[in-house]
Write a protein that binds this ligand. Structure first.
Ligand SMILES: [Zn+2]
Length: 214
């Protein structure tokens, strides 16, 4: 949902192009489907869909290693959870910067959220400040900049902003563990459900556990 709101902002303010990277995560098929549907809805025609083989081969995360279970959400905000994919966002950003150089794009939007999220180290503002210095030093013109419009927002604020922008939440996928129906109990599902609840809005996707409860 953060990526979708971020894409809606980029598409509102710029001639946006969109990047999707599958990295052997459990829900990669479903996420790619969502990416394509969201791009269509937002009118983003220039798309790049690629695979990163390294992150799955390296493993070390519940998202990319079948031997590590995706935990039910018990302790959001305490330690870095096992769903952290080691240094993942640097892989994404490296691809985005390469593509931006070829396109002549000046900004790279990423929907990282610092607080009110799972506590991943590659979602902190100083990480993006440092990455911007790397881009300046390592690209031809040095004029590409990563922007993180959601980084300081609460999740409920992101929901409200998305609703204002007409972001297609019904097409998004957040669940870490299932592709048929969102599980409702992983960190990502729980954070999303809480965000919609706090915003006083209804999450338009359906959940396996919530249905079982009814
Ligand atoms: Zn889930």
């Amino acid at each position: 949902m953060d990526s979708c709101v971020c894409a809606a902002l980029a598409a509102r303010d710029h001639d946006a192009a969109a990047l999707h990277i599958s990295y052997g995560q459990r829900t990669e098929e479903r996420e790619r489907q969502s990416f394509l549907a969201i791009c269509q809805q937002l009118g983003i025609r220039n798309k790049l869909v690629v695979r990163n083989e390294a992150l799955h081969a390296i493993g070390g995360s519940a998202l990319t290693d079948e031997n590590i279970a995706v935990p039910e959400s018990h302790a959001i905000g305490h330690d870095i959870p096992v769903t952290y994919v080691p240094f993942r966002n640097a892989h994404f950003l490296a691809v985005a910067v390469s593509w931006a150089e070829v396109l002549g794009a000046g900004k790279i939007y990423i929907g990282a959220v610092e607080q009110d999220s799972s506590g991943y180290p590659d979602c902190r503002p100083r990480y993006y400040e440092a990455f911007n210095r790397v881009i300046k030093a390592g690209t031809k013109e040095g004029n590409i900049e990563i922007v993180t419009p959601l980084i300081a927002m609460r999740k409920a604020e992101i929901v409200r902003l998305g609703l204002e922008l007409g972001a297609p939440f019904d097409l998004t996928w957040s669940c870490y563990s299932r592709q048929d129906r969102a599980c409702g109990v992983c960190d990502s599902c729980v954070l999303r459900l809480r965000a919609f609840q706090a915003a006083g809005a209804k999450d338009p996707i359906s959940y396996a556990t919530l249905e079982q409860c009814i």
